[in-house]
Structure formats: C-alpha cells, structure tokens
Design a protein around this ligand. Structure first.
Ligand code: UD1
Length: 426
C-alpha cells in the first residue's frame, strides 16, 4: 500500500493517441453487485469484473463478513459464496471506500442487523448518507449512530417491511442500497425519485437473476416485491461508461483517433453529444465508439452536470481539459458535488486559463498546455491530469495516482496501447 501511495505517473505528452482500447466492466456497477451477494448464501459468479483497488476492497469487506471470494484478475471472473457470519463493516474499510455504505441495506435485510462505519468527509464534498438512513427507517429499521457507526436493526422479527420511499434528492448509491434491502423485505417497496443511472439498472438485472422481483429500474419509480430468499446466479457487469468517455476525451485532447470497444453506447448519449459539439467526429458501430479528432480543432462547449441522463459529474474534470484546449471561451458547471474542482489549480499549473466562479469554471482555451508536476486529489481529477499530461508539451508528473488505481483498470497498458507515453515511477 505504501508503494502504491507514493507511485506517480511520468507522462511525455504531445503524441496523438491512435488505436483501440477495450473498456472494462463498470466500477460503479461492480461495487453494488459485489455487495448484493450479501443477500444470498448461494454461489454468485460474476464476469467482466474490473481489476481495481475498490474491487479488492469490496472482496476484503465481503471476506470480513464471512463470505468466500475468489477473483481471477486476467479473466475478470469473481465467485462469491457462503453466508455472512459477521454484520460489521469496519471503519478501516469504509474510510478507504465510501461505497462500503452499500453493505448496510443488504446486511440488515439478510441478517436482521448491521453495523457500518459512517463514511467521513471526502475530497469532493461532505457527501452525507442521510437518504440511505431515512429510507431504511421507512422499511422498519431502527437506526442509531453510535461510536462513529450506523447501527441498524430490523425490528419486525428480524425482517424489514416494504415502504414508500420518496428520495429527497437523486442518489445513486442511496437508490442501490434501498433497492437491495427491499429485495428481502416483507411486502412491496416503492422508491420514487430513484436514480436513473445505468449502474442501477445493471444491479437490478443481477438481483432479478438472483430471484428478486425488481421492476422499473432505470426509471424514477422502482417497485420491489420482497421475496423470502435469493439464490445464486451468473451475471456479467455492464461496461464502464466513464472509462470509455475518459479514453475518448484523451483521444480528442491529443488530436488523435481512439476507438473504445466493448462499450454500451446508449449509456453515453449526453457525453457523445458534447464531444460532437466539441467538433469530434464520433461514430458508433455496435459496441464500439470512435472519436476522430485528426486535423480538427476543439470547439468550446458549455457543460452543466446533472443526474443521468444528464452530463455525468464523473466526466466533469475530463471535459474541462477539452475546454482548456478549445478555440474560445466556455463554462463547466458542477451541480452534484460541492468542492469538485480540485483539478483546476493543477491544470492552471499546466498553463490552462481557468477561473472558478462559485460552482462554475470559466474556461478560456489555450493552444497548448505545458508539462508540470501535478497532484491528484480524487479519482476523476486524476484522470483529467493524465489527459492533460498526454496532450501537453513536455513531461508531466502526476502524483498520488492511487486515486486513479481505484477506478481505471490497467491504465498504463491501455494508454501505451494507444501510443501514449506513460510510466509508473516511485
Ligand atoms: C455515485 C457514484 C459516483 C458519482 C455519483 C453521482 C458510485 C459508487 N459512486 O456516488 O461515482 O459521482 O454517484 O453520479 O456509484 N446526497 C445526500 N444524502 C445522501 C446521499 C447523497 O445529500 O444520503 C447528495 C450528495 O451529497 C450529492 C448528491 O446527493 O450532492 C448525489 O450523490 P449520490 O448520487 O448519492 O452519489 P454517490 O452515490 O455517493
């Protein structure tokens, strides 16, 4: 871990990326799906599981809870089986991966009680979990906050009951947590104002394969008819739309041509629309998406992040690099998270002309960025710095790349496969 924490990327920029990159399974689908296996003691076999730090943390969490996990990184196949024997998700794990909060719903639904550490603050804002707690209370969980832990008990003879949950705010992991809990609750649960993200849909698909009865995932009203128990299943994790968008932007920023294979293009509509507005030639062929930027100039685009199907906050930092290199002035507004502009100061160090005004970044395009020493602050911020480094003149050193390892599988191999010059140094 210490080795990982001190690792840096050395990037020699200025080469147009050219080639094909195979997109991995989505981190944000794999994590809830892995945690959904808490709901059954039978064998769940998952394919297209990305080899990422957060995935490994999820295995550690499942193992701590008593489950048996095996993972073959080369094939992306994970097998999880056995019942949970503990109902505690420790601070040590939750602090390294906020998504661990999604153990709360399945644990209390399966075991009747759960203790999950409260996630602390994080680099991209306060990120509370009140909606998760409120929803579980609606389903009959008694919840106390004690010693930094959320302690939940199903008071109806150890089982939750159905409820009508109206989410005050659209929350992705909140929707997923409650959807999982509702699968083993007595009666019907309705979640209104549910998140529409494709990862919510993929989780619902997997839950239904396990014998759950979830309807409406991918719409703002999800209905879950609780069942007695769930069984094992096989499932392949949906493609990572954020990883795909990141490589397309890297291709565009460097003036190259990049094809992302194994994608689900319909999950990228808002991103592809902005990339076309930015003057990239985008073509979709089955599960492949190509962005061709050869001999074209980047045009500035106005971006406002929004819940799906709007422009994803997880692509905000990356598209800002395109605006930093565009011919003109534009703006990027972040509406989901406060404090998600940590990459801006670093991009300015590389010669970008960016200015933060409230929750908007005003971008005045420059013709070239220049290599510099920069620091990652979170996962997507680090992706934007790698893109900037690939597009910049000279050498860029990106520090604290452990953030990047949380969400991008085999980055160096993939970037090098496209002709980019990147090396991990210590
Ligand atoms: C998920 C994604 C993350 C993405 C985000 C928004 C995973 C593992 N992570 O994070 O990559 O950036 O969706 O698309 O899937 N909120 C509350 N109370 C709550 C929960 C959330 O106020 O109980 C607020 C948050 O502070 C934020 C907004 O709701 O302002 C949306 O957050 P949410 O969708 O919950 O993000 P995550 O699920 O944590």
């Amino acid at each position: 871990m210490t080795g990982l924490k001190t690792a840096k990327f050395k990037i020699v920029g200025g080469k147009a990326l050219d080639g094909e990159v195979v997109i991995s399974g989505a981190k944000n689908a794999a994590l809830p799906i892995l945690l959904s296996t808490i709901l059954t003691d039978e064998k769940v076999c998952l394919k297209n599981v990305p080899d990422l730090a957060d995935v490994k943390t999820s295995f550690k969490l499942l193992q701590d809870l008593g489950k048996k996990c095996s993972f073959e990184a080369e094939t992306g196949v994970a097998v999880i089986e056995g019942g949970v024997t503990s109902h505690v998700a420790s601070y040590e794990l939750v602090k390294t991966m906020r998504a661990s909060i999604m153990a709360l719903g399945p644990l209390v639904a399966y075991a009747g009680s759960a203790e999950v550490s409260l996630p602390g603050g994080c680099a991209i804002g306060a990120r509370p979990v009140d909606l998760h707690i409120k929803g579980l209370k609606e389903m009959g969980a008694q919840i106390n906050l004690d010693d930094g832990y959320i302690k939940a008990n199903a008071i109806g003879a150890g089982r939750l009951h159905g409820g009508h949950i109206i989410m005050d705010k659209v929350s992705v992991t909140g929707t997923e947590n409650l959807m999982m809990a509702a699968c083993l609750a007595d009666g019907t649960t309705v979640i209104d104002n549910a998140a529409l993200e494709p990862e919510v849909e993929d989780l619902a698909k997997c839950l239904n394969k396990m014998g759950a009865n979830v309807k409406g995932a991918g719409t703002s009203r999800i209905e879950i008819e609780g069942v007695e128990k769930l069984h094992g299943c096989d499932h392949s994790v949906v493609a990572d739309r954020i990883e795909a968008g990141t490589y397309l932007i890297a291709g565009i920023a460097t003036g190259g041509i990049v094809t992302c294979c194994n994608t689900l293009p319909s999950t990228l509509d808002a991103v592809l629309q902005k990339l076309r507005e930015a003057n990239a030639l985008i073509t979709v062929d089955g599960t492949s998406i190509t962005a061709d930027m050869r001999n074209r100039q980047i045009k500035p685009v106005t971006v406002v992040t929004a819940p799906h199907p709007g422009f994803p906050t997880d692509m905000q930092a990356q598209i800002t690099v395109l605006n930093a290199l565009a011919s003109g002035v534009s703006s990027v507004t972040e509406t989901i998270f406060e404090n998600r502009f940590m990459h801006i100061a670093e991009l300015i160090r590389m010669g970008a002309k960016l200015e933060i005004k409230g929750n908007t970044v005003i971008c005045e395009g420059v013709t070239r960025l220049k290599g510099a020493q920069v620091m990652s602050s979170d996962l997507r911020a680090s992706a934007s710095l790698v893109i900037a480094g690939l597009a910049a003149e000279g050498t860029t050193i990106v520090d604290r790349i452990y953030h990047m390892d949380r969400g991008y599988e085999h980055i160096e191999k993939k970037v090098r496969g496209l002709g980019g010059e990147i090396e991990r140094i210590y």
